[in-house]
Design a protein around this ligand. Sequence first.
Ligand SMILES: [Zn+2]
Length: 375
Amino acid sequence: MYLHSPSLTLSLPAISLWLLLAALTTAYKPLSDSFLRAIPSPDSVNIDKGPLLSPLLIPRVPGTPGQTTAQEHLHSFFTSNLPSWSLTWQNSTSTTPATGSAQIPFANLIAKREPPWTKPGEANLLTLVAHYDSKRLPQGFLGATDSAVPCAVLMYVAQVVDKYVSQMYEEMSELGEGGEVDMDMGVQILFLDGEEAFETWTDADSLYGARSLAETWFTQRNPAGQKFYKYRTPLSQISLFLLLDLLGAPSPMVPSYFPTTHWAYVALSSVESRLRSLNLLESSPTRNFLPDVNATMSGGPISDDHLPFIARGVETLHIIPHPFPAVWHTMKDDGAHLDMKVVRDWCKIVASFALEWLDMMEVWTEPEGSGKFLK
Ligand SMILES: [Zn+2]
């Protein structure tokens, strides 16, 4: 990613209007304390014994064997652990300034879990995004925060939400409730390829996978003739494009970048605060990872995989620290320089937010004796 200089100015009336609109169009419900306590410990992301992250800590440059190894890891995680998710590769090729006339392959993996009663194009999709490629130079660069950790966080989140989403889909199917309202929600995870520049960041030398996917989904038409023909394209099914990048370094500070999704930022920030107050997070930062509740801390938007989507009207929440980690684009961005407490905390924060977004309190049963008045 790359820093832009122009600053983003927000006006309070604009924010209030968007808060109001957001409240009218979603059913966002916070998780109870007992639900937050039940979110499993993210041991699967640990470097030493956890299976999610360490296979990604290799160079993952498009067109090299490391790219294939990373693709196999992501794909086999879902086929082995989450067989209900549909998996699709979206492929493209491009020349790059570093590789002459060769067509370099880029492959985005789309992992999706939709209500079983919906037809293609009917569900709105919480869309969680990270890039799995790594930078070509310096040679041997591992990109632990950039973005192996965000990919591992999303694999963990998929596993956590799948349990409850499956329960909800089953209950709704049994009750015959599915498809009766035009609020069918699913979740998809995009593992994007070719985010990094091969030489120097330009519009043409960066975001190879994201540009191809956004263009494809913008022009593709969903089948007509559905009960609720709301979503004309796969792009319009994205309820929120939540992009994670550069996570895993100590003491991150993530500002709120966009007024139209500031309300979602506040929700994410508030679930972080609740997890901290319940002693469910491990790190002890001097301030929250997400402290920008008044939307005053952003120095301006940052170029990243969301750009081709924003350009086509997709609502984005960009979770990237500013300043960037000290190890950014250096050989020190490796496993040894990660703060694993911070990594595991991001897992819980993002998982909690995703469960809230997907309205999972609907399937939560309070444990005996932990009623509202005993908290
Ligand atoms: Zn990078």
